[in-house]
Design a protein around this ligand. Structure first.
Ligand SMILES: NC(=O)c1ccc[n+]([C@@H]2O[C@H](COP(=O)([O-])OP(=O)(O)OC[C@H]3O[C@@H](n4cnc5c(N)ncnc54)[C@H](OP(=O)(O)O)[C@@H]3O)[C@@H](O)[C@H]2O)c1
Length: 222
């Protein structure tokens, strides 16, 4: 049995990851901020287990790690994120964007790392974006891009520690995907993006650890 954990599975790309892995017979742990009102996630068929997680709530991260203690997690994907906009923002919005997009993926993965290290596949993916390339940049603030650039910086700093535990971790760019975050004009369906990312993850070897890859497996500029 192969086990996948998807952080941020209520909508969009995370929901589609949960749906496709569950449809293919994986055991799926999926997080949502509202497990009592799971929406479309509640209709996903398969070996699906819902967990509550707001990624800015440290006690909820601890509770998730406790709930999954002793469980091997073959593939851990942190998809949760927000797009707080392209321009600069208030200090509050800037802090929230950094907390959710840059800090939470590292903190959440770290909390679940024992389970990944105990698994067969030992793979981790954090959902970044091509908009994080070359960022953060103080001269032209972009809340979203800067937060993803900061995630990339933090990921590159910590990935060698994860690698030392035998884990293969990558940053992913899902493509430009039609979700609530982007709207109907985006070029890819969630199905296409997720199919591509699943292929990328399935093909990862230990040598790929630390790369920034798009949904086709092509390298993205840091
Ligand atoms: N769509 C694209 O074209 C695109 C391109 C590049 C990168 N990405 C990245 O891909 C990831 C998924 O994006 P998406 O397009 O699927 O976005 P989406 O449709 O807006 O979904 C965002 C997901 O993140 C969750 N989330 C937000 N804040 C959270 C928090 N504090 N705690 C827990 N979960 C939280 C949401 O949960 P709720 O339902 O509870 O709000 C939702 O499940 C993001 O990291 C995004 O930056 C997307």
């Amino acid at each position: 049995m192969t086990t996948v954990a998807v952080i941020g599975a209520s909508r969009g790309i995370g929901l589609e990851l949960a749906r496709q892995y569950a449809a293919d017979g994986y055991r799926v742990h999926a997080t949502t901020r509202t497990p009592d009102a799971p929406g479309a996630l509640g209709n996903v068929d398969g070996d699906l287990h819902l967990h509550q997680l707001d990624v800015v709530e440290d006690d909820q991260i601890t509770a998730l790690a406790e709930a999954l203690a002793g469980e091997a997690i073959d593939i851990l994907i942190h998809s949760a994120g927000i797009n707080a906009g392209r321009g600069g923002g208030s200090p509050e919005i800037t802090a929230r964007s950094m907390r959710i997009n840059a800090e939470a993926p590292i903190v959440t993965v770290a909390a679940l790392l024992d389970g990944v290290a105990a698994s067969g596949e030992k793979k981790v993916a954090v959902m970044s974006s091509v908009q994080g390339s070359g960022r953060p940049r103080a001269d032209s603030p972009d809340l979203y891009g800067d937060s993803k650039g900061e995630l990339n910086k933090r990921f590159r700093a910590i990935e060698p520690e994860w690698r030392a535990r035998g884990i293969t971790a990558v940053a992913l760019h899902p493509g430009y995907v039609r979700t609530d975050m982007t709207g109907a004009h985006a070029s890819l369906s969630p199905e296409e993006s997720v199919r591509g990312m699943r292929n990328v993850l399935a093909g990862l070897t230990a040598r790929d650890g630390g790369r920034f890859l798009d949904y086709r497996g092509k390298d993205v500029t840091w």
